[in-house]
Design a protein around this ligand. Structure first.
Ligand SMILES: NC(=O)C1=CN([C@@H]2O[C@H](COP(=O)(O)OP(=O)(O)OC[C@H]3O[C@@H](n4cnc5c(N)ncnc54)[C@H](O)[C@@H]3O)[C@@H](O)[C@H]2O)C=CC1
Ligand SMILES: O=C(O)C(=O)COP(=O)(O)O
Length: 527
């Protein structure tokens, strides 16, 4: 498989990829060149400069994974990627310290006018009176967004004796209190109270243009704006006017609406400090981002769900590893359910019982759907496109969880309507190796380790039935691996699950069904 890297990536990341894949590093491709080349690659790694548009994704016939060697993914059309089943993953904590330190650096730089003083001295001037600044201690830092970067900025600012006020509706008051940060009820409160306003939100439709003319007008005339988040969150024309007219004291900017750019009216103002998107540009951050992005893409190309996948369900936190072990079983249950069900309906119900019921099982919900849909759709299915294709086909998925499970420590039950009735399959993992076992099918409890080729039979519970199955399969040279029987009241109905070394041909099934007492028989392929 081939991986394309379009921006400067740490050598450690490239080396990691080269152990498994062919890697091309092509820097400075134009959008047209990227569209032309992308069709040759299975993986793509970018930073913030490459625009992975719908057009690029349309042309990416082989692409399976996009890795972002950094945090912000606003340069990637995730919706288009998801529709095509392309996994997108980033390196979320790789450069948070770098971005936070750059923020603090810019705050001091603009407060003390360091870049301008530096330039003046280099021009041969010793002008101490021209560069009187302000202190940050005892001032209020207003943070917009208190995620990874914002939290590190807060810590640094508190260390410098600042009061920190933050607006982030998704962070609780309790958490803010534990960080010694005051919680603002609104963006307006931060804008009006802060001496330094620093932005740490991602660029999304909600945050684009968040700091506009009206927002800037709320800031104190002595206040500074710092943006190490994303261009586009600030309306640059409104900012230029506010700075020019003294509505705010200054601004420090690392990011711009259009990048790269060397020309902006903002660059002509003396009370502005700018850097060319350097927030993540430290040796340490680049090493981490390069390696993490490479690991994410490598995992995705191996068919795994990488830990930082953005558009696939990743089990997180406690129990993540435990939950992941059930993915194969759940996919098998989905496949079996489809193959044992006549005209499956559109309402899939999944129950998790026992310890598994205590965890985030979204990965498993998708695994069951993936198994169920495999034979219904022509597109290759994966964890990214399965929920979308399931929805497009009108599949409704309902899940329930309970910590109680009578016979097994863990049990997954999948049900779907069929012909007015319901078809049910259940499975579990057992033993130190967490081996999968099917424990319910065709309305009976049974117990068998699933294999690639199986035969499921419904019969009357009368003597000699097992022997007849053995004889017919033997006559056709089909070797039986294992067999499990499930029965109701003696003499009523029974079911058999048989593992075989090769697929059972339809002709064999027809011969079996000619024998009185056999009511249904189906050859099933599970992997
Ligand atoms: N200049 C640079 O080189 C770098 C820039 N960045 C930018 O910084 C951003 C933040 O990074 P992290 O802190 O790691 O992300 P994060 O996801 O940990 O934090 C973002 C925070 O913003 C909050 N938020 C989202 N929408 C909001 C809204 N409308 N109003 C208020 N709060 C809102 C979220 O609740 C979250 O707590 C990234 O998305 C990226 O764009 C990150 C690294 C380097
Ligand atoms: O990680 C981020 O969000 C950044 O903005 C860093 O961008 P970069 O990788 O330096 O192009």
């Amino acid at each position: 498989m081939r991986v394309l890297v379009t921006e400067r990536l740490a050598e450690s990341g490239i080396e990691l990829l080269r152990r498994e894949f062919e890697v091309d590093v092509l820097l400075g491709l134009s959008p047209g060149e990227l569209v032309e080349k992308i069709g040759e690659y299975d993986g793509l790694i970018v930073r913030s400069a490459t625009k992975v548009t719908a057009e690029v994704i349309e042309a990416a016939g082989r692409l399976k994974a996009i890795g972002r060697a950094g945090i912000g993914v606003d340069n990637i059309d995730i919706e288009a990627a998801t529709k095509r089943g392309i996994l997108v993953a980033n390196a979320p904590e790789s450069n948070t310290v770098a971005a936070a330190e750059h923020t603090l650096g810019l705050m001091l730089a603009v407060a003390r006018r360091i870049p301008a003083a530096d330039a003046s001295l280099r021009r041969g001037e010793w002008n101490r009176s021209a560069f009187k600044g302000v202190e940050v201690a005892e001032k209020t830092l207003g943070l917009v967004g208190l995620g990874h970067v914002g939290s590190i900025v807060a810590r640094g600012a508190l260390g410098m004796g600042m009061r920190v006020l933050a607006y982030d509706p998704y962070v609780s008051e309790e958490r803010m209190r534990s960080m010694n940060v005051e919680r603002a009820a609104s963006l307006e409160e931060v804008l009006e109270e802060a001496d330094f306003v620093s932005l740490h939100v991602p660029r999304t439709p909600q945050t684009t243009g968040m700091v506009d003319e009206e927002a800037l007008a709320r800031m104190k005339p002595t206040a500074y704006l710092i943006n190490v988040a994303r261009g586009g969150i600030v309306d640059e024309t409104a900012l230029y006017n506010a700075l020019k007219q003294g509505e705010i004291a200054g601004a420090a900017l690392d990011v711009f609406a259009e990048e790269p750019t060397t020309e902006s009216p903002l660059f002509t103002l003396p009370n502005v400090v700018v850097t060319p998107h350097l927030g993540a540009s430290t040796a340490e951050a680049q090493d981490r981002a390069g390696v993490t992005a490479a690991e994410q893409v490598a995992a995705a190309l191996r068919g795994e769900v990488p830990v930082h996948a953005i558009n696939a369900p990743v089990p997180a936190g406690e129990g993540a590893e435990f939950v992941s072990q059930f993915a194969g079983l759940c996919e098998t249950l989905g496949r079996l359910l489809y193959q044992l069900t006549d005209r499956p309906g559109s309402h899939l119900r999944i129950e998790y019982r026992g310890e598994i019921g205590a965890y985030d099982t979204r990965l498993l919900d998708v695994s069951v759907q993936k198994g169920l849909l495999t034979r219904m759709v022509h597109e290759p299915l994966n964890y990214v496109n399965t929920p979308i294709l399931a929805k497009e086909r009108g599949l409704k998925v309902e899940t329930s969880k309970t910590s109680e499970s009578s016979d097994y420590t863990n049990l997954v039950v999948a049900r779907i309507e069929s012909n007015g009735g319901e078809s049910v399959v259940s499975g579990t993992l057992t033993g130190p190796r967490m081996q999968p076992r099917l424990v319910e099918a065709l309305g009976h409890t049974l117990d068998i380790v699933p294999e690639r080729h199986m035969l499921f039979i419904r019969n009357r519970d009368v003597p000699g039935m097992i022997g007849k199955v053995g004889t017919i399969l033997g006559e056709h040279g089909i070797n039986i691996g294992n067999m499990a029987v499930g029965r109701g009241e003696p003499g009523s109905r029974a079911a058999m699950a048989v593992t075989v070394d090769e697929p059972v041909p339809q002709e064999v099934i027809e011969n079996l069904l000619k024998i009185p007492g056999f009511e249904d028989a189906r050859a099933v392929t599970l992997y």
